[in-house]
Design a protein. Structure first.
Length: 117
């Protein structure tokens, strides 16, 4: 699968790209934000591990074409090649761990979409 989506040059790009791609119904674009063995937390306590499971989750999530608001993105907290990203959306907040890739771009490794739920 070719990846012609813009790549995140900062960890904060990931949150912005998520909103843009989710609102466009771009499942491939969403999956491209994650490392191949990334883990995505699900509301029921389960985990989606790897791009194929993450693709399945986003396919179901975007079926009804929900719209996502940008929210208030916090500045990433960096430590070497890792960064903690987070966004506040109303009464909810996200938390993600991104990792710098060998080419200097960033991908999510861990994603908890609702840390307050």
């Amino acid at each position: 699968m070719p990846n012609d989506h813009p790549r995140a040059t900062t960890p904060e790009d990931l949150g912005r790209y998520f909103v843009e791609r989710a609102n466009a119904g771009d499942i491939d674009g969403l999956v491209a934000l994650y490392e191949p063995r990334a883990v995505l937390a699900l509301p029921d306590g389960r985990r989606a591990t790897g791009t194929e499971e993450i693709r399945q989750i986003y396919t179901m999530l975007l079926e009804d074409r929900p719209q996502f608001a940008a929210g208030e993105q916090r500045t990433a907290l960096h430590n070497g090649n890792l960064a903690l990203t987070s966004t506040r959306r109303g009464p909810s907040a996200t938390a993600e761990v991104a990792r710098r890739q060998p080419d200097g771009t960033w991908l999510w490794l861990l994603d908890e979409p609702n840390v307050l739920g």
